[in-house]
Design a protein around this ligand. Structure first.
Ligand code: URA
Length: 457
């Protein structure tokens, strides 16, 4: 039996080095015990991981490394062994989304990402005074070992404050220049209520988004566990009551408030979308596939939802439909670098069939749940022309069910400003068995795209 003692619960480097050496030495997963610290090592007889005389070549896909980096942060004590089991058998199994071990690890990665997002959203600082002036202290209880992995986010977001985040396992301290770590703490070490709460209440009231109002989802997103640390939860009832009236005003105000920093606002939005749980699709998809492209462009393309390859790559229109899309916009004289490309729905919906994941159409509720992201993208990009590719995109763009034949190929004034243009989805062309009809349809698609460019003026 080999015993590997890792330095900490989130010791990815330690796991990676040991796992690589063990896999190269051909040590089966059943022969390895993983532990954190060195407490019970001698129970098993501590055999060092010896470098093999002739190490087996080990080629590890990037996706496996990314997955391992996230899964190592999970609270499940089996995580190191599960990851090693995949590595020692064949890390390329990661491409098989139906593989039970891969599915389990992907599920763990999703839970970790969700916890990372929760910490970013729910940490609340309270002001204390020390010799150097104001310092801000927050208490947070993560589920997984995500605190160190999240440190950079807080350093960047609150670079000019002196702050501490206390958690049961570790404390982070930022003095405006250096990040340091301390031991774990308890809730009693963090200050209680103070006047800073008013600032948070005002802030929360100003960013509270009635368009996102779904009380059930809100409770899920903001579990009661976190409520006691969050002064603004006292406002929720009142905010819910006035939600509808405020929706319209808020959307109009949002762009002005963002000021000149559209790029930063877009990045913050994309980060927020990474933790989206507005509908159930996030549970099985690999990740949120957010829109991409420059935010100061005049033209936005909207597809239906990411496909299998987009789900894995985290980028829209990179699979077969994406290649068709690129070919068609190229033929219409549109440079992809100069347009913003997104989808009506940001998570891949599919049905597993054997080893394959078969595309499933998003339903009305899923399209509706995703409207929030689509509307925010539009607020930032403010496209003069939005091209909807297919019926789902047209529905998202126009806010109602329409047919392609009834709306195709003409400029439509959009309620929020700018023009819309409906055309086919590129995958329609991929499904056509008749080659000459497919060529005609491709030409008509290119003609539509030219028409949309022309209508831009
Ligand atoms: N189909 C879409 O609608 N969007 C993508 O991103 C890929 C395929």
């Amino acid at each position: 039996m080999r015993v590997v003692s890792l330095a900490a619960e989130d010791d990815f480097d330690g796991w990676r080095d040991a796992a690589r050496a063990l896999a190269q030495a051909g040590v089966p997963a059943s022969e390895v015990v993983w532990q954190v610290g060195d407490a019970p090592a001698d129970l098993f007889g501590d055999e060092a991981v010896l470098a093999p005389a002739a190490p087996r070549p080990l080629k590890v896909p990037r996706a496996f490394v990314d997955l391992a980096q996230t899964v190592v942060l999970h609270a499940d004590p089996e995580r190191f062994a599960l990851l090693y089991a995949l590595l020692a058998s064949d890390p390329h199994r990661i491409d098989d989304q139906a593989d039970p071990l891969v599915r389990r690890l992907e599920g763990m990665a999703r839970e970790v990402r969700r916890d990372i997002h929760k910490m970013r959203a729910f940490v609340r600082f309270r002001e204390v005074q020390d010799d150097a002036g104001a310092r801000y202290v927050a208490w947070f209880e993560p589920i997984h070992h995500i605190v160190r992995a999240n440190a950079r986010f807080f350093v960047e977001r609150f670079a000019n404050m002196r702050w501490s985040i206390l958690t049961p396992a570790v404390s982070l301290h930022w003095d405006g220049a250096t990040l340091s770590e301390g031991p774990g703490a308890s809730r009693a070490d963090a200050p209680g209520d103070d006047p800073v709460e008013d600032v948070w209440k005002t802030y929360y009231a100003s960013i509270f988004n009635p368009a996102r109002l779904k009380t059930g989802a809100m409770l899920k997103e903001m579990p009661r566990k976190y409520w006691k640390n969050m002064p603004e939860t006292a406002l929720v009832k009142e905010l819910v009551a006035s939600a509808r009236q405020r929706e319209t005003a808020m959307v109009a105000k949002a762009r002005t408030e963002i000021g000149g920093n559209i790029e930063a606002a877009w990045q913050a939005l994309r980060d927020e979308a990474a933790g989206c749980t507005r509908c159930h699709l996030y549970k099985h998809a690999t990740q949120t596939v957010f829109g991409e492209g420059p935010v100061d462009v005049r033209m936005m393309f909207v597809g239906e939802q990411p496909g299998d390859q987009e789900d894995l790559a985290g980028r829209p229109f990179v699979g077969p439909a994406g290649q068709m899309f690129d070919k068609a916009i190229g033929a219409a004289g549109i440079d992809r670098e100069t347009v913003y490309v997104t989808n009506a729905v940001k998570h891949f919906k599919f049905e597993p069939r054997g080893k394959r994941r078969i595309h499933a159409k998003p339903d009305a509720g899923e399209i509706e749940a995703c409207r929030w992201w689509y509307a925010q993208e539009r607020l930032l990009v403010k496209p003069a022309m939005t091209v909807a590719l297919g019926a789902t995109a047209a529905r998202q763009m126009l806010g109602k069910v329409v047919t392609i034949s009834g709306t195709r190929g003409r400029a439509i004034e959009l309620a929020e400003g700018g023009l819309g243009w409906v055309t086919i989805h590129p995958s329609f062309l991929l499904r056509m068995p008749d080659k000459s009809r497919a060529e005609d349809e491709f030409a008509a698609f290119v003609e539509d795209l030219r028409g949309a460019t022309k209508a831009l003026g």
